[in-house]
Write a protein that binds this ligand. Structure first.
Ligand code: ADP
Ligand code: MG
Length: 632
């Protein structure tokens, strides 16, 4: 007899997801089985881990296995596991709500385009609810390991907003899920089809997946009374424990898909067994596409950690630095204790060594992709994860050189191309006389490309890297040198090689005339600028602003301000183009008010060109209008 029957309403987000499952995901229906098997496997992993410290939880069952069966008449599929199970509260918590705060963001990301959305669902891993792709009613009966038989709970829903819960005794621990298939899903009521899905997606699940042994119709009568016989469908060996030579690309890809919920195949696989003082196996994957929450700092990413084949934890973030958080995979260590906790991982020498070994493997793999003849794969990787990899320059000093070689930039060498220029490419193209690797950082690609600072570099044919990712200011603050050459912003400090060239071409009289003019403008602008100079940077524009060498760049100051951490204002250096008609005109102006207006106008337009916000845009407009009217 059942008691305590209650009806609950799904959380709004769950409702939305269910709707999506039911209506949008018909191209990849069979993944429901992979998801449910993956949950069963997680539940048995958890049980095995808990029994290490509490033997009683096994309830006398020595074998952990998943059973899958179907009933053609009733049109049901049933999945059974003898894992950890759930309490009533846990059922409500796990199967009625979505704890992850990223859910909303996920839902916002949905495009309505089925193919794209189903990929997102995969990455988001809304596992259990995928049952509703094929079922119009799902019954889940579960009991937590170690609890009494009466504490069994039955959950049931048709996926339309509500679910019911009732207490229902369950002799065996674990979870049994029955899917009442929708109209038109009969293809799954087929032994061959189910076996095929299991071996395709779940061959390397660590536990046996069993189906009923087929019996000859002749002696089925005799068999009916005897115990059901089960046979194992999958290989049930942890894939990473097998020798590489015995594994195919498909084996690796299928395990990756189970692990990552990704529909795509991985971009690269790294499988290594380390022996010696430290013993561990790592199976690491580079995905092809970025997950939707790659930049969500609260989202934990990491690898699955196993100790001697026993699952310990998901998202062990200490096994990979944050800038490689897109790497997926498994680490199985022989040297860590089974009761290892996140806290212990944080400061553990074994973990540190595994981590640096794994980082090396990933960077070597990336280097290999980057160096290969056909860079399509590396380009694909860079577009998906380049911005995250750049964080490594800031975070990982020890690997800075290796990482620097992996960076790709836009460049004036071919500004139509996306980020494809490496620092090695740049250096190879540098003429011998060029001293530095030049770059400009701006808010976006077109702002970088349109900057007046580029004028002279264009004219002289000097290549400049065009940086416009948010992280780039931090990147160049930490990457000051490459291959013995300094990296230099074209908007900061003097461009020595150009200044020297210019000075040699001037007569003493010309120099004097120039310094008279800059003094005059500096006086007029008094405390608004730190200096006024004649520039070597400009050919077409009348003026630009520059910041001190080694100081905070304009762009950095703007970024900090956007992040609510305004820096104390530093005054810019105003540089004037001596050959520009507007600058030449200054020489003749005697009236103080007019001189100030002209000087202000040059300063402000240079700031606008930089993307700076003017203190008072309305004053700027007034001044421009006044100057224009004088001309009329
Ligand atoms: P995920 O597996 O990514 O956590 P799911 O939607 O697949 O998300 O499952 C939600 C939760 O429900 C799981 O985290 C787990 O706590 C619980 N759960 C699902 N299936 C089982 C099961 N067979 N045994 C025990 N707990 C389960
Ligand atoms: Mg799951």
């Amino acid at each position: 007899m059942s008691t305590n029957k209650e009806t609950h309403v799904f959380q709004t987000e769950v409702k939305q997801l269910l709707k999506l499952m039911i209506h949008a995901l018909y191209s990849n229906k069979e993944i429901f089985l992979r998801e449910l098997i993956s949950n069963a496997s997680d539940a048995m992993d958890k049980l095995r881990f808990e029994t290490v410290s509490n033997d009683a939880l096994s309830e006398g069952e020595s074998e952990l296995a998943i059973q899958v069966e179907f009933d053609e008449q009733a049109k049901t599929i049933t999945l059974r596991d003898n894992g950890i199970g759930m309490t009533r509260d846990e059922v409500i918590e796990n199967i009625g709500t979505i704890a992850n705060s990223g859910t909303k963001k996920f839902l916002e990301k949905l495009t309505g385009d089925q193919a794209k959305d189903s990929h997102l669902i995969g990455q988001f891993g809304v596992g259990f609810y995928s049952a509703f792709i094929v079922a119009d009613k799902v019954t889940l009966h579960t009991r937590k390991a170690g609890s009494s038989v009466e504490e069994g709970v039955q959950w049931e829903s048709n996926g339309e907003g509500e679910f019911t819960l009732e207490n229902l005794a369950k002799p065996k621990k674990g979870t049994e899920i029955t899917l009442h298939l929708k109209e038109g899903m009969d293809e799954f009521l087929n032994e061959y089809r189910l076996k095929n899905i299991i071996t395709t997606y779940s061959d390397h699940i660590n536990f046996p997946i069993q189906m009923r042994k087929t019996v000859d119709t002749d002696d089925s009568k005799e068999q009916e009374s005897s115990a059901v016989e089960w046979e194992q469908v999958n290989k049930a060996t942890a894939i990473w424990t097998q020798p590489k030579s015995e594994l195919t690309d498909d084996d690796y890809a299928n395990f990756y898909q189970t692990l990552s919920h990704d529909f795509d195949k991985p971009l690269a696989v790294m499988h290594n067994k380390v022996e010696g003082t430290l013993e561990y196996t790592s199976l690491l994957y580079l995905p092809k596409k970025a997950p939707f929450d790659l930049y969500d700092r609260d989202r934990r990413y990491g690898l699955k950690l196993y100790v001697k084949r026993v699952f310990i934890m998901d998202d062990a973030e200490h096994l990979m630095p944050a800038y490689l958080r897109f790497v997926r995979g498994v680490i199985d260590s022989n040297d860590l204790p089974l009761n290892v906790s996140r806290e212990i991982l944080q400061s553990n020498q074994v973990v540190d060594k595994i981590r640096s070994g794994s980082v090396k493997r990933v960077l070597d793999q990336l280097t290999k992709l980057a160096k290969s003849e056909d860079t399509t794969e590396y380009d694909e990787f860079w577009d998906a994860f380049g911005q995250v990899l750049k964080e490594g320059i800031v975070e990982d000093y020890a690997n800075r050189e290796k990482l620097a070689k992996l960076l790709r930039f836009s460049s004036t060498h071919d500004s139509a191309k996306p980020q494809r220029t490496s620092l090695d490419d740049y250096v190879a193209r540098m003429p011998e006389t060029q001293e530095a690797i030049y770059y400009i950082v701006a808010d976006n690609h077109s702002a970088a490309l349109g900057s007046p600072h580029l004028e002279v570099f264009r004219k002289k044919g000097i290549e400049v890297l065009l940086l416009s990712d948010r992280i780039d200011e931090w990147l160049v603050a930490h990457l000051t040198e490459f291959d013995g050459k300094s990296l230099k912003s074209i908007t900061q400090g003097d461009i020595k090689e150009l200044v020297e060239e210019e000075e040699q071409s001037l007569t003493e009289d010309e120099k004097k005339a120039r310094s008279d003019l800059t003094d005059k403008v500096k006086n007029a602008l008094s405390d608004l600028v730190s200096d006024v100079k004649m520039t070597v940077r400009l050919t077409d524009s009348p003026a630009c602003v520059v910041s001190e060498e080694g100081g905070v760049s304009n762009h950095m100051a703007r970024l900090m301000e956007q992040m609510g951490q305004a820096l104390p204002k530093t005054k810019p250096i105003l540089e004037l183009n001596p050959n520009h008609v507007l600058v030449k005109r200054l020489e003749a102006i005697e009236d103080d008010k007019q001189l100030k207006d002209w000087s202000m106008f040059l300063l402000e337009q240079a700031q606008v060109a930089e993307g700076d916000h003017l203190e008072s845009p309305s004053e700027f407009i007034k001044r421009v209008n006044a100057l224009l009217s004088v001309g009329l």
